[in-house]
Design a protein around this ligand. Structure first.
Ligand code: AMP
Length: 282
């Protein structure tokens, strides 16, 4: 594995690989790897000839009062893990290279960036969309791998890629969970032991939704009500939202039908955690 810091070198490597007929896969990340990240890399490794992982803690997607400085980082360990999984290139540019003086372009995927996490973190998804657009240009891959864990991000990036004609195939990878169901996240490292235990209620609330849907429930208010009841049993968990919506426009669905996204966000201590499930409803 080679660590690449320079974006011109990175693009050159990918262009040469493409010219040689090799299929290139890109896995964008902010590092501090866990099994979720590694699963994306393994999937890319299985499906592509050349695997590029980008590791960049993108300052523009953090709000002024958010955890950019505190965001966990361990470059050495990340490098070793990526190498073990068989990644070819670890692209890790400096912020000054990604955002040189004079930078002023924004990428805004309007309506679907304003709801759910976007309503609570204004500007967050503009930062995400812009950095992913830059990565798609710097690393002209055939396929890009994203986690279903960040469900709204996935919907927004798919929309952006379609709207702006990025010729990459988007691959969604199912959420990787701890044994007790908690979705893996770099931010789980913020949790105390007590908070870590309490946080499992988020998954249990999604399981509640799953069994209700399985047994025929279609009314979103009923499902949300039961999920809220489950979450309210944990005083350490402060629910921000539960949204039950379609998985393309993120519009609320009073009655469930088609591809349905059940997504939630909560604060547990200083950590802001998100989780979700997608259901195919007849
Ligand atoms: P991050 O480093 O948190 O920006 O995540 C980088 C990529 O890994 C994103 O596409 C995430 O959706 C994905 N990811 C993060 N956690 C998980 C998880 N538990 N399961 C699957 N994918 C994940």
């Amino acid at each position: 594995m080679e660590t690449v810091r320079d974006m011109d070198r990175m693009r050159g490597l990918v262009e040469r690989a493409r010219a040689a007929g090799r299929v290139v896969g890109l896995v964008p990340t902010m590092g501090f790897f866990h099994e979720g990240h590694l699963e994306l890399m393994r999937r890319a490794r299985a499906e592509c000839d050349v695997v590029v992982v980008s590791l960049f803690v993108n300052p523009t997607q953090f709000g002024p009062a958010e955890d950019y400085d505190a965001y966990p980082r361990d470059f050495e360990r990340d490098g070793a893990l990526a190498e073990e999984v068989g990644v070819d290139y670890l692209f890790s540019p400096g912020a000054e290279q990604m955002y040189p003086e004079g930078f002023q372009t924004s990428v805004s995927v309007e309506e679907i960036s304003k709801v759910m996490c976007g309503a609570i973190r204004p500007g967050h998804f503009d930062g995400v969309a812009a950095v992913v657009a830059k990565l798609f240009n710097i690393i002209p891959a055939h396929k890009a791998y994203f986690g279903q864990k960040d469900a709204q991000q996935l919907v927004i990036i798919k929309r952006m890629a379609e709207d702006l004609n990025f010729p990459l195939e988007m691959v969604a990878v199912p959420t990787v969970r701890e044994e007790d169901g908690l979705a893996m996240s770099s931010r789980n490292s913020y949790l105390s032991q007590e908070e870590r235990r309490a946080a499992t209620v988020l998954y249990r609330s999604l399981e509640t939704a799953a069994s209700l849907i399985e047994s025929g429930a279609r009314n979103a208010e009923v499902i949300r009500g039961d999920m809220e009841k489950v979450i309210s049993t944990e005083a350490l968990v402060n629910l921000e939202y539960i949204v039950i919506c379609d998985n393309i426009y993120l519009q609320p669905l009073p009655e469930l039908s088609g591809e349905v996204l059940v997504a939630l966000a909560a604060r547990v201590g200083v950590a802001r955690l998100i989780d979700s499930m997608v259901f195919d409803v007849e």
